[in-house]
Design a protein around this ligand. Structure first.
Ligand SMILES: C[S@@+](CC[C@H](N)C(=O)[O-])C[C@H]1O[C@@H](n2cnc3c(N)ncnc32)[C@H](O)[C@@H]1O
Length: 286
């Protein structure tokens, strides 16, 4: 239960939280987001038994172990996602990227690495794994196995990652983009939840990772999906993010954005390409 009679978030408190959230996560809350922030903080206020937003802010600032800070991040992030979102990346994956990668594996490439860079509750990386698994089954080449495809799925939100790692989805989530044949192939229903097949789980390495951090620990990638997260970042943060992504893309690596996103104003380091009217990006000098 939320404590009653909490005074509304003041403009000064809004400004403090806003600076803190941007410094921690890159999420830039516009002037009009005071009400949104207040409503997102209500649950945390109740959890922490705070009677005012100033008190919650102090707890977060003094939080040595980072638990309250993590809860703030979990409350602030928007984890909206669905299966096979926008379709385009999965058409590119299946019809363009995977045939090219199979050829390269046959010519000696060891492993294909794909990064789902803000994976939320897991629908994006599991959708990738499903497309890869179906493709390899159809291919029927015993020398090319799912183990040669490594998906790294990261997010800043511990709560969202918890759901992703669990791989159990309710009816509402399943109805958002998952089709019957893949349900039959890759899920087992247990009471109210559909549990993902461990075969797909094994293909994904879920890790907590902040896009503001250094990317070097992740290695390099043949394909990066960074979709519907930079929309929350400032102009400067987007420039830095795209520059870092460029550095972890392998030569001829593919970069995929969300359907409403574009890089035009932030960097000239990528060129946009089309496959059957679906857009992806490659680094300019690759
Ligand atoms: C709207 S979801 C997008 C999920 C998925 N990529 C898609 O397109 O369906 C945005 C995700 O970005 C994550 N996020 C926000 N800021 C982040 C940061 N600094 N580092 C890593 N992930 C972040 C959020 O936790 C959230 O799960």
């Amino acid at each position: 239960m939320a404590p009653r009679n909490i005074p509304p978030l003041t403009t000064q408190e809004f400004s403090l939280f806003r600076q803190f959230v941007e410094a921690e996560s890159g999420i830039s809350l516009g002037d009009d987001k005071q009400y949104l922030l207040e409503s997102r903080l209500k649950g945390l206020m109740a959890d922490m038994h705070c009677t005012g937003y100033g008190e919650l802010y102090r707890l977060i600032k003094e939080d040595k172990r980072g638990h309250v800070r993590q809860k703030l991040i979990d409350a602030i992030t928007t984890n909206e996602t669905l299966w096979f979102r926008d379709k385009a990346p999965f058409i590119i994956l299946e019809e363009f990227f995977l045939p090219a990668m199979v050829e390269r594996i046959r010519n000696g490439k060891f492993r294909v690495r794909i990064w789902s860079a803000a994976c939320s509750t897991g629908q994006e990386p599991y959708s990738l794994a499903i497309v890869i698994h179906n493709f390899l089954q159809r291919l029927g080449d015993a020398k090319i196995t799912p183990q040669q495809f490594e998906i790294i799925a990261t997010d800043i939100s511990k709560e969202a990652l918890g759901v992703a790692k669990m791989g159990a989805y309710d009816k509402f989530s399943m109805e958002r983009g998952m089709d019957r044949s893949n349900i039959d192939r890759y899920f087992k229903q247990k009471q109210r939840f559909w549990i993902i097949n461990p075969i797909l789980k094994k293909m994904i390495d879920f890790r907590q990772f902040n896009l503001l951090g250094k990317f070097s620990e992740l290695g390099t990638f043949d394909m990066v999906l960074c979709r519907n997260v930079a929309i929350y970042f400032s102009h400067e943060t987007k420039i830095k993010l795209y520059d870092k992504i460029r550095q972890v893309l392998k030569p001829q690596g593919l970069f995929v954005l969300g359907s409403t996103e574009s890089m035009t104003f932030y960097t000239q380091a990528f060129k946009s390409k089309e496959f059957k009217s679906n857009i992806y990006y490659e680094a300019v000098d690759s």
